[in-house]
Design a protein around this ligand. Structure first.
Ligand code: WTA
Length: 659
């Protein structure tokens, strides 16, 4: 072994054992937030300390109250104020940053498009004029079913400009999923595209959009972006319009940003919950935008001159808050990548970081696990020295993946922020402030200043350090969801009712995650405690998957659970009972897999379909999912004594092995 190799082995061993990392001096020196006193300041001066977030925005008229708790848990923030989100993300940057890049878009085939703030402002104005011309009025919900192309953030900002809330549906979702969401939102307007590229092949997205529209109850007008050009000839029907044709008609048009009340809805985002029906999470203009901007500033350390890259899809909340609203509100350059990280080769991300001199990279643990598996030779091919900070989101990160990210991507000179949050929280909630705290791989960190979180048992009493319990948030925060669209009752039931602590006269938000806390107040999130799976950082409801499966002829009953998966974090395991006269054979298995893909999308594709004679049930008839999870994980089977049919468990385990 050469001396160099020996040094490398020694360093590797040190890294493996190290449990706490200090932020690099070079980072601390230039960070946006460095004063430790910020925690105390928020505590002592709560809720007024949140003005700090509101101050990051331009207001058309000032707010008079920071927090209105009179109708808790329907909290209101910055009431009395008015503003416009598109003005905050565009107009106010024009004087100083008009020529700077707002979006640097990288297409999968390698083409690139840059929009300066000036250009983005222009196209957003024109598209806002298009939407108005199409009859979109303030408060009409406009659905977007689009992949990662610049027209998606353009359409979102155009909606914000005219005060029409957007509801973006992830392009990987199925036609059925689109229809369910459009029906739930009564949305009469759709912006979509003909297709996009995946691993170099054109994918005909419009077919899927049209299929979805067949099941939408109301009449819908669609605007279709031509992304594939000659790669996909498509005809447009009478209620479909070509994006670029409409835009050309409005060339040079300007639209005044409408004045939105602080609490007016900015957008809706559907997410999975315990029941089969997706929840329409409502976010508002002021609180959400202030929170996205503040966390982008404090945690991602974004400065206007930075180039920042978040690899999420805008179809999920991470892309809303941290590709579009947060970074653009701060006037920075946001990089947007259309495709997959391994096309044309496994160094695609590092090529983007290198070419664009990316300063902050925000990605998901599932991606990091893939990078790790592919090997360090891919990042090693590129100059990653522009990176200053790394972030992760979406699921717990295991210390090994954390350390790999730290060493091979951050070159041991970038802090990592492991950010815990949810669609409902609007922005980051639990994470270190990178220049202030040390990092502990695997543990997200303390709640952010002004965020009050705790770990409690079933009765709401705090559990001691090191013990697992439920994560709760016991004070409101500006970025919080305000309700579930058209369903205030469900909003209370799902998040507040059961876990509020009446004797303290306090509303407590329950995110449905298990967690533990250590003596330094660092929180390690353990995962969902409801029937929601986290597959590659994507949230999927088991009920939605089950209802797709029981729709297949021949299926009598189905149970879906999550099993551990090396790359995806969690994978979909399904247990199916067939109807009399049907065989649990390969053909039925394929039909089940297809039904899940059709109803939700390929991300929900089952890892295994096990045909079972029965499902393990308690005496009251509840399926014991815990046992099915143990089977999926090949673990020793837990206690079966409370089952009505304990004998069936061994049988299912054997079937699972044989299959
Ligand atoms: C999980 C994504 C551990 C958690 C922003 C949460 C995490 C769900 C982390 C929300 C993290 C997100 N560590 N778990 N850093 N970040 N989660 O709504 O279970 O798609 O409840 O929002 O992802 O997923 P959602």
């Amino acid at each position: 072994m050469s001396d160099d190799d020996e040094l490398e082995v020694e360093l590797e061993a040190r890294l493996e054992e190290q449990e706490e990392f200090e932020p690099p001096e070079s980072f601390v020196e230039q960070a946006n937030v460095t004063d430790e006193g910020i925690y105390e300041e928020f505590e002592e001066n709560w809720p007024e300390a949140w003005e700090r977030a509101a101050d990051l925005l331009d207001w058309q008229s000032d707010y008079d109250t920071v927090l209105d708790e009179s109708e808790a848990p329907f909290y209101k923030w910055f009431t009395g104020g008015s503003l416009n989100a598109s003005e905050n993300c565009l107009d106010r940057h024009l004087d100083e940053r008009g020529d700077e890049a707002a979006i640097e878009w990288v297409g999968e085939l390698g083409e690139e498009r840059t929009y300066t703030y000036e250009q983005l402002h222009e196209e957003v104005n024109e598209f806002a004029a298009v939407l108005r011309d199409q009859g979109v009025q303030e408060d009409d919900v406009v659905t977007m079913y689009m992949p990662m192309i610049p027209e998606l953030p353009i359409a979102m900002l155009a909606c914000a400009r005219i005060g029409a809330p957007h509801a973006v549906v992830f392009a990987g979702f199925s036609a059925d999923a689109l229809a369910t969401r459009m029906n739930a939102a009564d949305s009469e307007h759709l912006v979509t595209c003909d297709g996009y590229y995946r691993r170099g092949d054109p994918l005909h997205h419009l077919d899927k959009a049209e299929e979805g529209l067949e099941s939408v109850d109301q009449d819908v007008t669609s605007i279709v972006v031509d992304r594939l050009e000659d790669d996909f000839d498509h005809d447009l029907g009478p209620s479909q319009h070509d994006y670029h044709d409409l835009l050309a008609e409005q060339e040079g048009a300007t639209v005044e940003p409408v004045s939105r009340d602080a609490e007016d809805m900015l957008f809706l985002m559907y997410t999975s919950g315990t029941t089969g029906k997706p929840k329409g999470v409502k976010h508002t203009t002021a609180g959400y935008l202030a929170y996205a901007a503040w966390t982008s500033h404090a945690v991602l350390d974004i400065k206007p001159d930075d180039t920042y890259f978040c690899s999420a899809d805008i179809g999920w909340i991470t892309g809303h808050s941290y590709i579009v609203y947060g970074p653009l509100a701060l006037g920075t350059t946001s990089v947007m990548y259309e495709g997959t990280p391994d096309y044309p080769d496994k160094d695609r991300m590092w090529e983007i970081v290198d070419d664009h001199n990316v300063n902050q990279l925000y990605t998901a643990p599932t991606a990091i696990r893939a990078f790790m598996k592919w090997g360090e030779q891919y990042p090693n091919k590129h100059d990653l020295s522009s990176l200053r900070l790394l972030g992760t989101v979406g699921e717990p990160i295991n210390p090994r993946a954390w350390k790999w990210y730290y060493k091979h991507i951050g070159q041991e000179s970038c802090p990592i922020v492991d950010t815990w949050w949810q669609t409902e929280t609007g922005g980051m909630m639990v994470t270190t402030i990178p220049a202030i705290e040390n990092m502990k791989p695997g543990s997200a960190g303390p709640p952010l200043p002004g965020i009050s979180a705790d770990i409690v048992d079933e009765r709401g009493s705090p559990v001691e350090a090191g013990r697992a319990g439920y994560l709760i948030v016991n004070k409101p925060w500006p970025g919080m969801l305000r309700t579930l669209y058209k369903n205030d009752e469900r909003f209370i039931d799902e998040y507040w009712d059961e876990y509020s602590i009446p004797e303290k006269d306090q509303w407590v938000y329950f995110p449905e995650d298990g967690a533990k806390i250590d003596d330094d107040g660092f929180i390690t999130v353990l995962g969902r405690v409801d029937d929601v799976l986290n597959v590659s950082g994507h949230r999927l409801g088991t009920m939605e998957i089950e209802s797709a499966i029981v729709g297949v002829p021949g299926v009598a009953e189905a149970a879906v659970v999550g099993g551990d998966h090396e790359m995806k974090g969690e994978a979909v395991y399904t247990y199916v009972i067939t109807e009399d006269g049907y065989e649990g054979d390969e053909e039925l298995r394929q039909e089940i897999i297809e039904a899940v893909e059709d109803s939700i999308g390929p991300i929900a594709r089952p890892e295994a379909v096990v045909f079972s004679p029965e499902l393990p049930k308690t005496r009251s008839g509840k399926i014991m999912r815990r046992l099915l999870e143990d089977i999926a994980n090949g673990e020793e089977l837990g206690n079966t004594s409370t089952l009505r049919n304990p004998e069936v468990v061994e049988e299912i385990a054997k079937k699972a092995q044989d299959d």
